[in-house]
Every structure is written in structure tokens, then in C-alpha cells.
Design a protein around this ligand. Structure first.
Ligand SMILES: *Cc1c(COP(=O)(O)O)cnc(C)c1O
Length: 400
């Protein structure tokens, strides 16, 4: 179909017209169960009444004034985020990549203040941090970088979930100032590190005076069963970035910092015209109030468990399942072969899913998904995986 949009996405031939909770309807009125939430954005589902009301009220009052002035709703949102995260200061922006840009600038300035002329940040293989030049340089995926060289310098790459590699890098490079990782890798294939990975990074950062920076853009906002994934580990990073579900679809990002990182950026160092404007902040405030009022975060763990144990049951004799892994509602089902085709099969069957790293079915359902929707998701996806892997040539079954 002819369109004047730049061809930057491999889009599916489908247009959604409206949504409600975990449901979406396309232009022809066909109904779909959304198990992707606009890539972990609509945590409260579609057309949530609290977000709708907040946006309507705010747009009738004041949309934007710029950061030349104080913004009451921005200050209120910062108070909530500080309360929920244990951090101390917030910079607001409009996307995940921008939140990570702020984190990278904090790390560099922190280094310069310590007399390090060429500060470097440790980043991980298979990471995803965004599409701006600095964040794509931090990203551990050569496909995302190809064609955009020269990359931004100052990133040192290590394998994910490998503490020895971090220790080695720190020993080899005296100019390291920070470590930036996702607590759970999303685009990288729902990779859940060893339970002591984050606390060991915390220790290394304390020992060597480095900033621990966590990209919680996908894992944050309650998705893993805690407001932030690092809260499973009882640690505090120095910097933490948020975006995606923060505004439930209204663009907003945030870079949270504490301790020695909290006041590195000062007047004139950084800014954003739109960042933290009244519209976006009122949406985000409504999201935080709803998460709290409906006690939604605590349900993510039981819901994720229900989905994964349901699928594990249906697929227990399927030899093509490598692993089903999850933390709350951040779910990966790894097959032993490329399975992107499943996305289209699911669409035909009224289900929205995603495949990342070619072999990992990724589910990021909204936190408001209910029991009957969970059952529909499990039954439909289980059936589709059986159907899809049934086409494969049989693998030798050692048990038989
Ligand atoms: C989506 C994502 C980003 C980038 O966010 P944008 O809003 O697309 O710039 C960065 N890091 C992680 C972990 C993400 O999932």
C-alpha cells in the first residue's frame, strides 16, 4: 500500500481503530487480545479511564509552558517517582533513548569531574538502549549500528550476566566511570541474569567509584512484580531510566538519579523543550495513582506465573521448546528455530504477540489482564506453537 511514511519499520498490514483494556479492534471490527501492550507501554491497557480523564482535564487547563518556569504537576510526579524508587532527583524527557542520553551525559560529566578526560561506560552484549547516536552506540546489536558509523566512542562491551568480564574490564580500563545494563534484557530475548548479578555490579561500582546505571525502560513500572526490577535485589543504583509504560502511551521518559549522581547535571548542562510538560506529567501521575490504588504491581508475578505454567503444561511434550522464562509479566518462550512467522499466525487468530532474537516469543501483556484473558492467551498461543512446530521435521526423541 502506498504511503508517504519513511520505510523505517517492517509493519504488519493491520490498522487498529480502538482499544479497551487488553482488547483492540481493527478497522473491520475484528477483536484482538493484546499480549504486547504496544511494546510494554500500555501497562494499564487501552483507553484507561483514569488516564483518559487526566489528559482531558489537563488539556482543558494547560498543555505546555516550557521548563523556563516551575511546573507543579512535574514536581508532583517527581515526588511520586522518588518515593517509589528510592532515588532522589529526576530529569524528565520524552522517550527511552532520551532518558538514556541523560544517563550517559551524567556518567561522562561525573568522569570529567574526577579528572578522567575520556570517560568510558561498560555496556552489555545483546543490550538495547535506543536509536539515537549515543544510545545505538551503547546498544549491543551490530544490526542496529550498521550504516551509522562512526559510532559514539566511550563504550566498552562485555557479555551480559558475566561478572568476571566486568571485573576484567574495570582492571584493564582506568577510564571507566559507569556500568549501564538492563536488569532483564528485553529486546535481547528476555534474558534474566543470575540473582546476584545486580548486587555484584553494585559492589563493584562502590569499590571502584563507578556509577551503577540501570535501564528500566522495559522492566520498570511494575512489569516484573516490583515497581522497578532492581527492587527484587534490595539494591539502589545511582541512575535509573524509565519511559515506555510511564505515560501508558503518552510520550514521557525520566532519568532518576541518587547520591553522587543526583546533582552532576546543573543549569545549562541539559534540557528538553517538551520534557516533563503538564500534559505528559498528568498522564504519568494518573498511571502511578492507578498502579497504587488498584494494587496492580503485586499481581504481575501471579499473572506471569499463570501464563507460563499454563503454557508449560500445554507444551510439556513439545521438544522444540528450549525454555520458558519470565519475571512477572516479562515473558520469553524460546524455541529451537526461527519463529517470526508465529506473529502473523497469531494475528489471524486474534492475538498480538512479538518475536525477538528470531527464536524468542516475547509476551508483554498489560498488568490489567484478567483470568479469562490469561486463559485465552495460553490456549491460543499453546495451540499455535503446537501447530507451528508440528511443521518441523521430527527431532529424535531420546525418551522414546
Ligand atoms: C524501548 C527501550 C528503549 C528505547 O526507548 P525509546 O522510547 O524507543 O527511545 C531503551 N531501552 C530499553 C531497555 C527499551 O526497552
Amino acid at each position: 500500500m502506498a504511503s508517504h511514511i519513511m520505510p523505517t519499520y517492517g509493519r504488519l498490514e493491520i490498522t487498529f481503530d480502538r482499544g479497551e483494556g487488553a482488547w483492540l479492534w481493527d478497522e473491520n471490527g475484528k477483536q484482538y487480545l493484546d499480549a504486547l501492550s504496544g511494546i510494554a507501554v500500555c501497562g494499564l491497557g487501552h483507553a484507561h479511564p483514569a488516564v483518559h480523564e487526566a489528559i482531558c482535564k489537563q488539556s482543558g487547563k494547560l498543555l505546555h509552558t516550557s521548563n523556563i518556569y516551575r511546573i507543579a504537576v512535574q514536581e508532583q510526579l517527581a515526588d511520586w517517582l522518588i518515593d517509589l524508587s528510592g532515588m532522589t532527583n529526576v530529569f524528565f524527557c520524552n522517550s527511552g533513548a532520551e532518558a538514556n542520553e541523560a544517563a550517559i551525559k551524567i556518567a561522562r560529566k561525573y568522569g570529567h569531574e574526577r579528572g578522567i578526560d575520556k570517560p568510558a561506560i561498560i555496556v552489555a552484549d545483546k543490550s538495547f538502549h535506543g536509536r539515537t547516536l549515543a544510545t545505538l552506540s551503547a546498544t549491543g546489536n551490530p544490526k542496529i549500528q550498521k550504516g551509522f558509523e562512526p559510532l559514539v566512542e566511550g563504550f566498552i562491551r562485555v557479555p551480559y550476566d558475566n561478572m568476571a568480564a566486568i571485573t576484567d574490564a574495570i582492571r584493564q580500563h582506568p577510564n571507566i566511570v559507569a556500568i549501564l545494563v538492563e536488569p532483564i534484557q528485553g529486546e535481547g530475548g528476555i534474558n534474566i541474569p543470575a540473582s546476584d548479578y545486580l548486587s555484584n555490579i553494585r559492589k563493584a561500582c562502590d569499590q571502584h567509584n563507578l556509577l551503577m546505571m540501570l535501564d528500566e525502560i522495559q522492566s520498570g513500572m511494575g512489569r516484573t512484580g516490583k515497581f522497578l526490577a532492581y527492587q527484587h535485589n534490595g539494591i539502589l543504583p545511582d541512575v535509573c531510566t524509565l519511559a515506555k509504560a510511564l505515560g501508558n502511551g503518552v510520550p514521557i521518559g525520566a532519568c532518576l538519579a541518587s547520591g553522587k549522581a543526583a546533582t552532576v547535571l546543573t543549569a545549562g548542562n541539559h534540557g528538553s523543550t517538551f520534557g516533563g510538560n503538564p500534559l505528559a506529567c498528568s498522564a504519568a501521575l494518573a498511571v502511578l495513582e492507578t498502579l497504587d490504588k488498584d494494587s496492580l504491581i503485586a499481581t504481575a508475578e501471579t499473572k506471569g506465573e499463570a501464563i507460563c505454567s499454563g503454557l508449560a503444561g500445554l507444551l510439556r511434550n513439545n521438544p522444540h521448546i528450549v525454555e520458558i522464562r519470565h519475571k512477572g509479566l516479562m515473558i520469553g518462550i524460546e524455541l529451537d528455530a526461527p519463529c517470526t512467522e508465529l506473529v502473523k499466525m497469531a494475528l489471524v487468530n486474534g492475538l498480538l504477540i512479538n518475536v525477538t532474537q528470531e527464536k524468542v516469543i516475547r509476551l508483554l501483556p498489560p498488568l490489567i489482564i484478567d483470568d479469562s484473558q490469561i486463559k485465552l492467551l495460553v490456549d491460543t498461543l499453546g495451540m499455535l506453537i503446537m501447530q507451528f512446530t508440528g511443521q518441523f521435521s521430527p527431532v529424535s526423541d531420546h525418551a522414546a
